[in-house]
Design a protein around this ligand. Structure first.
Ligand code: FAD
Length: 174
């Protein structure tokens, strides 16, 4: 992750976020979402739409058409969003979390493809680690991904296992 924004840029981002949440997530709506136990996926998609707010651009490196924010910037956005609603913050931050393995472990081609698409298309991500018998202890994971080959070429993966408590799990594009 880069060194991040200067104060002016970060303040600008937080200001845009506040305008968005004031307009789309007033207290009356938050109370209604709590009462109906609804996950406001459309609002989260709006938040990730580069034409509207494009909040995920914050953590996408500049070389992949993002804004190149650092860990402190992500923390500040998370803090402000969590002040409005913890569930919405978790939904948005799941994309930050989910892209970490690509940023840290992906090849250049994988990063270019996925980070650019996440930024420009506002793809929602889920990061599926936790399982019924594996929370903190990731060494206990049981899910396996077996390569599916056709004529010796890997065409995909067959994934077998159980996951639980995966934020955005029922809505994610990726
Ligand atoms: C709102 C929410 C969203 C979540 N979203 C996701 C998600 O998107 N993706 C995902 O993969 N998971 C997600 N989780 C799951 C979360 O990451 C797990 O709850 C977490 O990994 C802990 O696992 P566990 O609940 O099984 O607790 P356990 O691992 O069983 O831990 C129970 C307690 O024991 C303590 N403990 C565990 N191991 C040790 C140790 N070695 N030494 C000392 N203490 C220990 C823990 O601190 C904890 O207090 C989410 C959970 C919540 C509540």
């Amino acid at each position: 992750m880069s060194n991040g924004f200067d104060k002016e840029m970060l303040d600008g981002m937080l200001d845009s976020l506040k305008k968005f949440t004031d307009a789309h997530l007033p207290d009356t709506r938050i109370l209604e979402l709590d009462a109906t136990e609804e996950f406001p996926v459309e609002t989260i998609r709006e938040m990730c739409n580069p034409e509207v707010l494009g909040i995920q651009l914050l953590f996408i490196p500049e070389e992949f058409e993002g804004m190149g924010g650092g860990a402190f910037d992500v923390y500040r956005v998370c803090e402000e969003l969590a002040r409005v609603d913890l569930g919405v913050a978790t939904g948005v931050l799941a994309t930050f979390l989910g892209s970490d393995p690509i940023i840290f472990g992906g090849t250049y081609e994988q990063k270019k493809l996925w980070m650019t698409r996440i930024g420009q298309e506002g793809l929602l991500m889920a990061y599926g680690a936790t399982e019924p018998a594996a929370g903190s202890d990731l060494g206990a994971l049981r899910t396996v991904a077996v390569p599916v080959e056709e004529n010796g070429v890997v065409k995909g993966y067959k994934i077998t296992g159980n996951k639980q408590w995966i934020s955005n799990g029922g809505y994610a594009d990726l």
